[in-house]
Design a protein around this ligand. Sequence first.
Ligand code: TXA
Ligand code: MG
Length: 318
Amino acid sequence: MSPQIRSASQADSLKDALEQIHSGEPVAVPTETVYGLAADARSDRAVSRIYEIKKRPSFNPLIVHVADLDAATRLVELDDIAIRLADAFWPGPLTLVARLKAGHGISPILLAGHETLAVRVPDAPVMQTLISRSGRPLAAPSANASGSISPTTALHVQSSLTDWNGIILDNGPCRVGLESTIVDVTTDTPAILRQGGLPEEALTDLVGDLDQGSRSSSPKAPGQLSSHYAPKARLRLNVTCPDRDEAWLTFGPTRKLHCIRVVSLSPDGDLTEAASNLFAALHELDTQYSKIAVAPVPDQGIGRAINDRLLRAAHGKS
Ligand code: TXA
Ligand code: MG
């Protein structure tokens, strides 16, 4: 049993995907960040299937994807700062955690006991089409088995969710390549709960300093367990001189060294390109090598999110 990859540009793939959504079965779908496993956010049964397929712990709530800001305001309370963030960055790789409104209709299974909801408006056309044609908010975590690296291609999804025989809509690699930035807007000063595809600087330029939730020892996004993005290989970080038996993941121009393999996240030293290549590079090296050394990546802009994922991937393995 394994999921079926279908081209998202074919009308019958979309039709079959919508039938699955209507029947309460999740569908894997590309967003601009990573591939998501999408299902009707109002249906207990559909949401339970997501947890079952991913083997996701039930305490970990899901992000809900909606068509636009109007649809989001029907579900959650958004204050002035939240509206400014949404106006500036939706559709796009920003998730807002806000207090739920009465009568929201979202499945309590997805909320996992929280009185807040993580909501975002995705930019990717396939996900937008699925939301508008299904006419419902779609819950979608990254479409990987819980605890492994997020998928940025349809093949990544297929090799991670091996016990599932659903549909993967393929629309090529994801543009951003890292999950959305999660911002808690329930407090006076918004807090970053997860660094992600929208650089922190873009947020602070707009609304000033943020509460540094993601840098404290107890982040508030329940899914931010320290070992979350783990590959099987042992990862060593900030390596400028790799060992002979290591594959070397670098940033900037590649240098020929005596290690088994050298892969650059961006030969031009471009952080946006490096972000979009990160998970694919980790997936590829992880299937071939047991030891991966990683060169330093500048800790600015989207580089912060890259370093966050690398730290998690290396957790307990250095
Ligand atoms: O880019 C993304 O955000 C992708 C695409 C598919 O949209 N989704 C994604 O979902 O990364 P997931 O489930 O892999 O990560 C969602 C994170 C988890 O760490 C979860 O704990 C956190 O969001 N989260 C969800 N609801 C929350 C809430 N009410 N309060 C705090 N954190 C929440
Ligand atoms: Mg995930």
